[in-house]
Design a protein around this ligand. Structure first.
Ligand code: SF4
Length: 417
C-alpha cells in the first residue's frame, strides 16, 4: 500500500495492523456520541468507567482527532483550531484520552498539550529542514530494515502510533498523511526483513521501532519477536515504544509475559516532561521491570517544553524514582514540520551543565545529535589537552578548572619503563 500508509481506524479495532486501514478519515471522523459533550466546553474530562479507562483498546478507539472531541478535554485556542484546520490533509493528529487527561485544559503552553495538539509552527518550512535527517531511507535494505551500524539494525515495523507526537523525528513516516518510508504495504510479509537479518550474522542487536511497535496486537508482535529470536545471531531485541507515556494501559501483564519468553528484551521509552510521570506510567514501567525488561528513556530537547535546567533535572530524578534509566538527550533535529521545537546547541550545553555532577551519574543522559553518519555526542569537553600536549585542563561540574601535567593521565600508551 505504498503511498497510503497504514493507520488505525478509531472506530474499528484499533490495533490490528496486520490489516491496515485507510488513514484518511483520521482528521475528520467524528464520533456522533461525542457531539453533545463537545457543545459544552465546561464539561472537560468526561467521566469514564474504570473498566474502560483501564482498557487500552478503549483508549485507541476513543482517540481524539477532531476539534469536537478535543473540546471535551481542553479549551482550544483559535491558534490551535487554525493549526488543526491547516494541518488537515497534511498531518495526522490523534491523542489518547489518557494522554489528554494530562493536558491543562486552560493553558495552551502546557508541555503535554504542546506535544499533542497541532501548532501553527509545524506548517512553516524552516531553512535546512529535511523529512529524513537521520538517513533512514539511505540505509534501508529491505522494506523495514535500516542497517546503519555494523552490528545492529532497526526494523521500522509500523507507521501507527497512539498519539502523533508533533515533534516526531520520523514525522514524514508516521504523521504525514502522504509520507511513508515503506516501499511496500505495511501489513505485508516480514519474510524478506527476517531473511536479511539472518543472512547478516554480524547483526546481533535489533531495535523494533516505527511508529510504535506496540500498536500491534500481542499475537502479531509475538510473530515478529519469535521470528527474530529464531535467528541464532540475534542476541538482543530492543523495542522503542512511547506507550508507557502515551497509553500505559497497553503494558499489560499478558504483553510482558509474552515478551519475557524471548529474553533478552529491552525497552526504551520517551518521557519528555515530569508531568508525564504518573501512577499509571510508573505501574507500566514496574510491570516491564518485574518481567526482566530493562527500561531506558530517550528525551528530546524541545523548545517551550523541557528547555530549562529545572524541568530536566526534575525529569531525570523522577525517572530514577520509577527505575527508568535516562539514556539519551536528543538535540531536536531540523525535521520538516518539527523545526519550531528546535533549540540552540548552547541551550543543550547549559542543560547538560545543570545535570552533570548535580544528580547521580547514571541519571545523566548522553546529549547527542542524530545524523546520517550516526549519533554524535555533543557534550562540552571536561578534559582538554593543551595544543603542545604537555598539559591537561580539567573542569568540574561547577566550572572550576585545574591544569595538570599530561603525564598524570597519559592520552597515549606510555613507553614501558
Ligand atoms: S510515538 Fe514515537 S514514533 Fe510515534 S509519533 Fe510519537 S515520537 Fe513519533
Amino acid at each position: 500500500m505504498s503511498g497510503t500508509p497504514g493507520e488505525h481506524d478509531a472506530t474499528t479495532d484499533p490495533v490490528d495492523t496486520t490489516e491496515t486501514v485507510d488513514p484518511t478519515d483520521i482528521a475528520e471522523s467524528v464520533d456522533p456520541t461525542d457531539t453533545a459533550e463537545a457543545a459544552d466546553p465546561a464539561g472537560f474530562r468526561p467521566r469514564v468507567p474504570a473498566a474502560e479507562w483501564d482498557d487500552w483498546r478503549w483508549h485507541m478507539r476513543k482517540r481524539i482527532n477532531t476539534v469536537h472531541k478535543a473540546r471535551q478535554w481542553i479549551r482550544l485556542t483559535s491558534d490551535e483550531e487554525k493549526a488543526v484546520a491547516g494541518s488537515a490533509g497534511k498531518y495526522r493528529w490523534s491523542i489518547t484520552p489518557y494522554y489528554a487527561s494530562l493536558m491543562d485544559p486552560d493553558d495552551p503552553a502546557c508541555p503535554v498539550r504542546l506535544q499533542a495538539v497541532p501548532a501553527p509552527g509545524e506548517l512553516t518550512e524552516f531553512p535546512g529542514s529535511d523529512v529524513d535527517p537521520v538517513g533512514d531511507m539511505y540505509y534501508r535494505k529491505t522494506n523495514r530494515v535500516v542497517h546503519k551500524y555494523p552490528d545492529r539494525v532497526i526494523m521500522l515495523i509500523t507507521e501507527a502510533c497512539p498519539v502523533y507526537c508533533r515533534h516526531c523525528t520520523r514525522k514524514f513516516h508516521t504523521t504525514d498523511v502522504s509520507g511513508t518510508y515503506f516501499r511496500d504495504d505495511e501489513g505485508g510479509s516480514f519474510e524478506e526483513d527476517l531473511r536479511y537479518i539472518a543472512d547478516h550474522p554480524e547483526i546481533r542487536d535489533v531495535l523494533l521501532t516505527g511508529g510504535d511497535p506496540l500498536s500491534y496486537q500481542d499475537g502479531k508482535l509475538e510473530e515478529i519477536v519469535s521470528g527474530l529470536r529464531a535467528i541464532p545471531s540475534v542476541e538482543i531485541i530492543r523495542i522503542g515504544s512511547r506507550f508507557p507515556v502515551l497509553l500505559p494501559q497497553r503494558i499489560t501483564e499478558g504483553l510482558c509475559e509474552m515478551l519475557a519468553r524471548y529474553h533478552p528484551v529491552w525497552l526504551n521509552t520517551h518521557f519528555n516532561h515530569p508531568k508525564e510521570i504518573t501512577a499509571e506510567s510508573a505501574a507500566a514501567v514496574d510491570r516491564l521491570l518485574r518481567h526482566g525488561i530493562p527500561v531506558g528513556n530517550q528525551t528530546v530537547l524541545l523548545r517551550g517544553i523541557n528547555d530549562d535546567v529545572t524541568t530536566m533535572r526534575t525529569l531525570m530524578t523522577e525517572l530514577l524514582h520509577i527505575r527508568v534509566r535516562p539514556y539519551y538527550l536528543y538535540h531536536c533535529d531540523n525535521v520538516t514540520g518539527v523545526s519550531h521545537f528546535m533549540t540552540s546547541v548552547e541551550k543543550g550545553w547549559e542543560i547538560m551543565e545543570g545535570l552533570q555532577g548535580h544528580i547521580t551519574g547514571f541519571g545523566v543522559p548522553q546529549y547527542v545529535l542524530t545524523t546520517r553518519i550516526g549519533k554524535i555526542p555533543i557534550a562540552q569537553p571536561y578534559f582538554t589537552p593543551s595544543p603542545d600536549g604537555l598539559r591537561l585542563r580539567l573542569r568540574n561540574y561547577r566550572g572550576e578548572e585545574m591544569v595538570v601535567d599530561a603525564a598524570a593521565y597519559p592520552i597515549t600508551e606510555p613507553d614501558a619503563p
